[in-house]
Design a protein around this ligand. Structure first.
Ligand code: RIB
Ligand code: CA
Length: 314
């Protein structure tokens, strides 16, 4: 099977950065058409610059990066510097990007690329869904050319930014509603599964032993990210976004169920909750919700892919 056309939408974010590295290292499986950045963990100006820093680190400075929406559709913007640091990728210590982002807005890139793509395109979303939702609203016919969407977001159980909601959905629930109701094949990579992918000290040391610039940056980010989240995760930080790329590479590492997922838009305490109908009583499924991952297999895959990246940043 040829490489699948892929667009990654992200808000780097340490875990986004690691997911991007993993995808860039997988050139046999992915024809990466571009990376779109959205406001999320940190403001857009930082997420898009971080995406450009990561492409340099991966040795692919020509990979096109498109800046997208600087704020959610309706709600007031929220960010997550308390978790990711003021830069969004604290711990990485990367130089300024080697070249600018593309002129075209990310939403326009999504619309144009999906409208003109010779074969259907997979969307991997790692942040709030604002860019993807607005592309769908602008030109709904692009959905005919979307093979599937694999989205990090939501949870069957407890959230992380509130007891009810996970950050990517909470940050733009209206955009999430548009995407979850779009009617295209959707895999929800929620906290239930990503909280099983914990970067323990042993797993971090296995990455460090690669002794490459990308591996060193990943370890720096994981140590920082872990220090911010270790109060919630016993042995280290959860690798939320890389689970999306791992699922595209080796879906057999994961288990999940088809179910209807509704996005709570109102509610004083529950806005942004993904209401997952595990009992199948509220209508036809609109998502495959992942629930389990072979964590050792996930980290073996991540480490093997990181090993493929250039030893030193050119
Ligand atoms: O809740 C985790 C998600 O929110 C991850 O994508 C992380 O990068 C942040 O965007
Ligand atoms: Ca993210």
């Amino acid at each position: 099977m040829g490489a699948r056309p892929l667009i990654i939408d992200c808000d780097p974010g340490q875990d986004d950065a690691i997911a991007l590295l993993m995808a860039i290292a997988s050139a046999e499986e992915f024809d990466l058409l571009g990376v779109t950045a959205v406001a999320g963990n940190v403001p857009l100006a930082k997420t898009e610059a971080n995406a450009r820093r990561v492409r340099d680190l991966a040795g692919w400075p020509e990979l096109p990066v498109y800046a997208g929406c600087p704020r959610p559709m309706v709600r007031t913007p929220v960010t997550a510097e308390a978790v990711h640091g003021p830069s969004g990728i604290d711990g990485a210590d990367l130089p300024e990007p080697s070249r600018t982002a593309e002129e075209v807005h990310a939403v326009e890139f999504l619309v144009q690329t999906l409208a003109e793509a010779p074969s259907s395109v997979t969307l991997a979303t790692l942040g709030p869904l604002t860019n993807v939702a607005l592309a769908i609203i602008k030109n709904p016919s692009i959905l005919d050319n979307v093979a599937e969407i694999v989205a990090m977001g939501g949870a069957i159980g407890l959230g992380n930014v509130t007891p009810a909601a996970e950050f990517n959905i909470y940050a733009d629930p209206h955009a999430a509603h548009v995407v979850f109701e779009a009617g295209v094949p959707l895999t929800m990579v929620g906290l239930d599964v990503t909280r099983q992918a914990i970067a323990t000290p042993a797993r971090i040391e296995a990455i460090r032993s690669l002794e490459t610039a990308p591996a060193a940056a990943v370890c720096g980010m994981l140590v920082y990210y872990g220090a911010q989240t270790t109060t919630k995760y016993r042995h280290g930080p959860p690798l939320h976004d890389p689970c999306v790329i791992a699922h595209l590479l080796k879906p057999e590492l994961f288990e999940g169920r088809e179910m209807r997922v509704a996005i709570e838009l109102a509610g004083e305490h529950c806005q942004g909750r993904t209401v997952c109908d595990v009992h199948g009583r509220s209508g036809a499924p609109n998502a495959r919700v992942l629930e389990r991952v072979d964590a050792d297999g996930f980290f073996a895959l991540l480490t093997e892919r990181l090993a493929r990246l250039p030893v030193a940043t050119p």
